[in-house]
Design a protein around this ligand. Sequence first.
Ligand code: HEC
Length: 195
Amino acid sequence: MTTGELREHAFDGIQEFDNRLPNWWLWTFYSACLFSIGYWIWFHTLGVGELPPEAYMTEQRAAAAVIEAEAAKNPVTEASLNKLASEPAVVAEGEKIFKTASLCAQCHGPDANGMVGGVNGVGPNLTDNRWIHGGSAMEIYRTISDGWPEKGMASWKGFGPMFVQRSTAYVLSLRGKNLPGKPPEEGATEYAGGK
Ligand code: HEC
């Protein structure tokens, strides 16, 4: 492999031999190339393998399923709702519900700040810390479950307990984010219970 030949160029008087790359090095290089093709096909073309963010979400969902199953067996409490709100996969499900145009987003806006298409929506900003019907987990749950039909907020009980609990978890995760949006409604009071 050593040719003993010097290459023409010199840097600061330093010259290089014109040697072949060692075979062991070339093989690690070729194998890495082959591996990358396989990797690309497996993860990106066929999508058989789960990339780390997806694998993470799968784990999160499995953990959330256990917690949701537990929640479904027990009565809904302040603590059980706060626990759901601390599960990213449950909150992600709630977010999907919320952002669906025909569900919560049509009145509260996709960002939940009360803005729909750049104008004040029908529903209030849910990201501030001011609440018409109380900002505790149980109060928000009650609002979503039973609604305040006479005030324009529908009851969502009919969509099932998980629907209500997931959307409650999402609203809890928004509490106190204070996104700029629709100003608080008349009579809304500060929720003093912290986040
Ligand atoms: C048809 C319009 C409409 C839709 C759809 C709607 N809301 Fe509302 N929502 C309102 C209105 C209006 C109020 C304020 C009621 C009042 O003034 O008492 C409200 C109030 C609320 C409140 C209480 C806010 C507070 O300050 O106490 C929560 C929480 C809430 N909505 C969550 C949701 C969720 C979650 C969904 C979807 C599952 C949803 N809303 C869908 C109109 C809507």
